[in-house]
Design a protein. Structure first.
Length: 108
């Protein structure tokens, strides 16, 4: 019996305690990234932001400066809207990643 306990102790010490945790963290990072990538539409947010910004910019530009103002407003609004859309999409991606990672760590 003493020999069996010695074998078990030696075998258990061959694997560091952090090994299982490291595997779990790596797995959960990959899982969370894949989940966020498939559910957050960062590119779609940029396109939507650009479209909304362009329309709003054109309306404001038209009110302020007529047709030339509308074109300038659309260009500025489109650019600003795209940047805002990416920022919003990135925040949504991070939120999804964090939630999936936390769930995975709890389950593993």
């Amino acid at each position: 019996m003493k020999m069996l306990m010695t074998i078990v102790i030696v075998a258990a010490s061959a694997f560091p305690a952090g090994h299982a945790l490291a595997f779990s963290e790596t797995y959960c990072q990959q899982h969370a990234s894949a989940y966020a990538n498939s559910h957050a539409h960062v590119g779609g947010s940029a396109v939507a932001g650009a479209a909304i910004g362009a329309v709003e910019g054109a309306v404001i530009g038209d009110l302020v400066g007529g047709k030339k103002g509308a074109r300038t407003g659309a260009e500025i609004g489109g650019g600003g809207g795209a940047v805002a859309g990416v920022a919003h999409g990135s925040a949504a991606w991070q939120k999804l990643y964090d939630e999936a990672y936390a769930t995975c760590i709890k389950e593993n």
